[in-house]
Design a protein. Structure first.
Ligand SMILES: Cc1ncc(COP(=O)(O)O)c(C=O)c1O
Length: 392
């Protein structure tokens, strides 16, 4: 039997030990942490809807009308009007014929990928795809070809090598740790050219990019063209749960084959109603505020000599390298009232530990400007992540 204590010790030795922080109160642009108010720069509540009064009221009203839980899976007795309504609204929002709710984005990706690919086939997955995609590929029992990040030539080579066994190309739309956007038109062209489906995970795109916050697929003009779009209700939509959008036939197939859908309790009505209320609040105005805040924050970090890498969106990473200095920078910033979690392997590749800042539409410009100054100053003091300053 594996010695758990030894494994924990090993994680500590490698600087990879994780512990939970406790937030006291709702998720706003500032939160209470350890009895102090801190600026929240690591939440995926991008549009500030998790604590919006209309969203909270919708959850409370649904709890009173439908109950706290669905009590069973959708295919047994847990299918309710709020599920049906949200699915049709999400499908319309995304420009698809149909949608299907899942318990979470993690469950959606594992379920959809394993349903669409199987033994003897090949799935093509970007090396920086989210862990839920990686696990979906594993569960599918298909061979997985991991192509270099955004490298279309590498992907095309893999597709040729698969000799007709390719079944699915899968990519984050907005990459969760780098904030860049996948080359979606080219991915679709390759998928079509090789008889594969394309699945795009819009976890960080929905509510954040594209026309009216419809996501990276819509921004590329590919709504209804990409075969399956997965998204979560847990980020810009401020709730919990997830969905897949596709043709009516594909959704019908997922109802009959996606195991996390079939063998898990239906999403709770309060979460579903909260997401439906949030969807009504995803306005071009909110999305524009998020975009402008992200641009402002990237520019302010740049003025401090800090490089946000490939970021084009509200996800703004500052790469440090090793895990320990990344965590030290994180803790030093927290002491000064800026909360941005350090991200380490296996969430990011070895040697690319970072602070992953996430901007919200509800942040004020001066909050972001001051935070960027503090990050620059602290990074210089520690001698990390600030090449211009450390070279001087
Ligand atoms: C790209 C991506 N996909 C899927 C998920 C999982 O979504 P959820 O939090 O709803 O399980 C995440 C969450 O971190 C993500 O970043």
């Amino acid at each position: 039997m594996t010695d758990v204590a030894e494994r924990l010790e090993e994680l500590r030795d490698r600087g990879l030990y994780r512990r939970l922080r406790l937030v006291d109160g709702p998720q706003g642009p500032q939160v209470q942490l350890g009895g102090r108010q801190v600026l929240l720069l690591c939440s995926n509540n991008y549009l500030g809807l998790a604590d919006h009064p209309r969203v909270r009221e919708a959850a409370a009203a649904a709890a009173m009308r439908w109950g706290a839980g669905a009590g069973a899976s959708r295919l047994i007795s847990g299918n309710m009007e709020p599920h049906r309504q949200l699915e049709s609204r999400l499908a319309r929002f995304k420009g698809y014929a149909a949608a299907l709710l899942f318990g979470s984005g993690y469950l959606a990706n594992t379920g959809v990928i394993a349903a669409l690919a199987g033994a003897g086939e090949v799935v093509f997955s970007d090396e920086l795809n989210h862990a839920s995609i990686v696990d979906g590929c594993r569960l599918s029992r298909a061979e997985t070809f991991v192509y270099r990040h955004g490298d279309l030539e590498h992907l095309a080579w893999g597709l040729r090598e698969a000799g007709g066994r390719g079944s699915l190309i899968v990519s984050d739309g907005v990459f969760s740790m780098d904030g860049d956007i996948a080359p979606l038109p080219q991915l679709l062209e390759l998928a079509r050219g090789h008889g594969c489906r394309l699945l795009v995970d819009e976890a960080h795109g929905t509510g954040a990019v594209g026309p009216g916050g419809r996501g990276a697929v819509a921004a590329a003009g590919l709504s209804g063209e990409v075969d399956v779009v997965v998204g979560t209700l847990g980020k810009a939509l401020g709730s919990y749960g997830a969905y897949a959008c596709a043709s009516a036939e594909t959704i019908d197939y997922l109802v009959n084959s996606a195991r996390p859908f079939i063998f898990s309790t239906a999403p709770p009505p309060p979460s579903v109603a909260a997401a439906a209320a949030a969807l009504e609040l995803v306005s071009p105005d909110r999305v524009e505020r998020l975009r402008a805040n992200a641009a402002l924050f990237r520019a302010a970090l740049g003025a401090e000599g800090l490089d946000a890498g490939r970021s084009q969106t509200q996800i703004v990473p500052i790469e440090v390298g090793a895990a320990e200095p990344a965590m030290e920078l994180c803790e030093r910033l927290l002491e000064q009232g800026v909360f941005a979690q350090g991200i380490r392997p296996p969430t990011v590749p070895e040697g690319s530990s970072r602070l992953r800042f996430t901007v919200m539409a509800s942040h004020r410009a001066d909050e972001l400007e001051n935070a960027a100054k503090l990050v620059g100053q602290t990074a210089r003091e520690l001698g990390v992540a600030a090449p211009q300053a450390t070279a001087a």
